[in-house]
Write a protein that binds this ligand. Structure first.
Ligand SMILES: Cc1cc2nc3c(=O)[nH]c(=O)nc-3n(C[C@H](O)[C@H](O)[C@H](O)COP(=O)(O)O)c2cc1C
Length: 224
């Protein structure tokens, strides 16, 4: 059964443009893939572990090739489970607002937790960094008050798109498709036009995602 991981990064519910766009995408995808299993990770409802203390020490131990102590091992188990949850997905959708040019801190927190040596990437002094997760169709929906379709909005840059592309490519999810939706604030005709344009693009992408063969999880590189 194909599995979609849907990461929700907006704390808003009914008023959220990114949640509504993800809902439109998901509805179309379910029509095309009736057996789709959706795992929704709501970053504002699920508690993420702090990335300090033993968890951080566990990462540095991994980087230095040191074995984990008892507290580090326990913290690392939680992190491994988070990476496994991501890796269990055949398709990934991240629905996020743009906040201060970038992404909300909860989404950055999740990315920091899953971007781990030996689980999601490895480093070799000869070859540099290699991703450890397998490529799979991955979509990021970025809702913004501004319109970034032709460049900066009133002088404000979009740092969310290049960051998400680089961060998710780094761990191996492949080429990321980013769909921006903006403006989400302001005169209703412009807001409605941006919403309709984004939703139409998402309907096409749902068809492309449904037609992409999934890569079996077994092909994922093992932890180094
Ligand atoms: C803390 C905060 C920072 C924001 N920063 C930006 C920004 O830098 N650029 C922008 O275009 N919109 C910005 N916005 C507006 C949101 O991106 C916009 O309202 C978007 O629709 C939020 O997504 P949501 O509707 O899914 O919650 C910001 C909103 C908040 C609450």
């Amino acid at each position: 059964m194909p599995r979609l991981l849907l990461v929700q990064a907006s704390p808003r519910q009914g008023d959220s443009a990114s949640r509504a766009a993800a809902e439109a995408f998901q509805t179309r995808l379910r029509e095309l893939m009736p057996a789709l299993d959706v795992d929704e990770l709501d970053l504002w409802r699920e508690e993420l572990p702090e990335f300090d203390g033993a968890a951080l020490a566990a990462k540095y131990a991994r980087l230095a090739g040191r074995p984990h102590g008892e507290r580090e091992a326990a913290a690392w188990q939680t992190i491994e489970a988070m990476v496994a949850r991501l890796d269990a997905a055949d398709l990934v959708v991240i629905a996020t607002p743009m906040w201060n040019f970038g992404i909300p801190y909860k989404l950055k927190h999740w990315i920091d937790l899953v971007t781990q040596p030996g689980l999601a990437f490895r480093f070799d002094p000869e070859k540099g960094y290699s991703p450890l997760l397998r490529p799979r169709p991955t979509l990021a929906i970025v809702a913004s008050a501004g319109d970034y379709s032709t460049g900066p909005s009133w002088g404000r840059p979009d740092l969310a798109t290049p960051y998400l592309e680089a961060a998710l490519r780094f761990i191996g999810l492949g080429e990321i498709t980013v769909v921006g939706q903006g403006p989400t604030v302001g005169p209703e005709p412009a807001v409605a036009a941006a919403r309709d344009k984004a939703h139409a693009r998402l309907a096409v992408l749902a068809e492309e995602f449904a037609a992409t063969p999934t890569v079996p999880a077994a092909s994922t590189a093992s932890a180094s």
